[in-house]
Design a protein around this ligand. Structure first.
Ligand SMILES: [Fe+2]
Length: 328
């Protein structure tokens, strides 16, 4: 039986809800997209989509196919999990490849030309468009209206998707484009027992709503959360295999799996192999917590070793992990 806390993006049959096919102006299939999670609360956090972005036809000029647009509201973080594309952003063009992560902010125009099909996993907040997924699906279910129907497209055009003109740009390596992130060049990196924590997107780049950290775990690394965690956790296993216990359910999440853990649910994990796990829910203030943890450790070891210091710090920054260690 499929575990309700495990969403395997490799298994489209069971993980994709409200699938849509988005056509380009010239009528080809540009994107097969599906909603995975709808988002919750005033900022619609925990909102996820999964897409296959289709490559532009051979012989097409990528620069003229960039489909540049902007959103007045909302923040988008995309995991590029296969293929290659050109990204046009901030007056620059760069090559984006499997393993890269894009972070696009409100009002930041972006265009993409896909050179190969790409698995494109999106994590959003404050995004207007995603909230329509169910309404769009109803229309198709009850009336068989095509998503690309011209009259329907006009109604959808009222949504927050502002088409922009062909981008002007200077071509640079991806390392020079701040919207392109990669775990090999984190904004900050902290080494703990059995795990390296990497800050990839800061909270201030998300209007204070969330942040993105990656935990690079060694085999046997374990983490146990407090008994009744205050916030929901959404974790994305991008590589390796991790064994989770949520309530009394045990299951293994492998690369391409989301682990969606309800608030108050007791949970723990053990890395079965070397693994990369991203905190895509982004509710813990990891960047602040880790910085201050190491600041106290460096500058005030006496206070660091005093009982209560770290507990207080965890409370201050919403860190719900009780213990970490190595199994065996
Ligand atoms: Fe966009």
């Amino acid at each position: 039986m499929k575990n309700e806390f495990l969403i395997d993006l490799n298994d489209r049959e069971s993980s994709w809800i409200y699938p849509i096919v988005v056509k380009t102006p010239d009528g080809r299939i540009g994107e097969e997209q599906s909603t995975i999670l709808m988002g919750e609360g005033p900022n619609r956090i925990f909102c996820v989509t999964d897409s296959i972005m289709h490559a532009i036809p051979e012989g097409t000029d990528p620069d003229s196919s960039a489909m540049a647009h902007e959103h007045r509201f909302g923040y988008e973080t995309f995991f590029c999990d296969s293929g290659k594309m050109y990204l046009y952003i901030d007056g620059k063009k760069c090559l984006v490849k499997e393993g890269d992560i894009l972070h696009l902010q409100a009002g930041q125009a972006h265009g993409m030309a896909f050179l190969e099909d790409m698995k494109y996993r999106g994590f959003f907040h404050d995004m207007d468009i995603i909230g329509d997924a169910q309404a769009v699906n109803n229309l198709r279910t009850y009336m068989q209206v095509d998503y690309n129907d011209s009259e329907f497209a006009k109604a959808r055009g009222g949504n927050d998707f502002i088409v922009r003109e062909r981008p002007l740009f200077q071509e640079v390596p991806a390392e020079e484009v701040s919207a392109v992130r990669h775990p090999d060049r984190p904004l900050a990196e902290y080494r703990l027992d059995g795990v390296t924590m990497k800050v990839l997107i800061q909270r201030w780049e998300n209007a204070g709503v969330c942040e993105l950290c990656c935990a690079e775990m060694e085999p046997g690394f374990t983490a146990e959360w407090v008994k009744f965690p205050r916030h929901r956790d959404l974790l994305y296993v991008r590589s390796g295999q991790v064994r989770f216990t949520v309530y009394n359910e045990e299951f293994t999440a492998k690369a391409g799996c989301l682990v969606n853990i309800p608030k108050f649910a007791p949970h723990s994990l053990v890395a079965l192999t070397k693994a990369q796990v991203y905190d895509v829910g982004g509710q813990t203030y990891w960047a602040s917590f880790l910085h201050d943890y190491f600041s106290i450790k460096t500058y005030d070891p006496e206070r660091f070793n005093k009982s209560g210091t770290i507990e207080e710090l965890k409370e201050k920054f919403g860190c719900q992990i009780k213990t970490i260690g190595k199994a065996g």
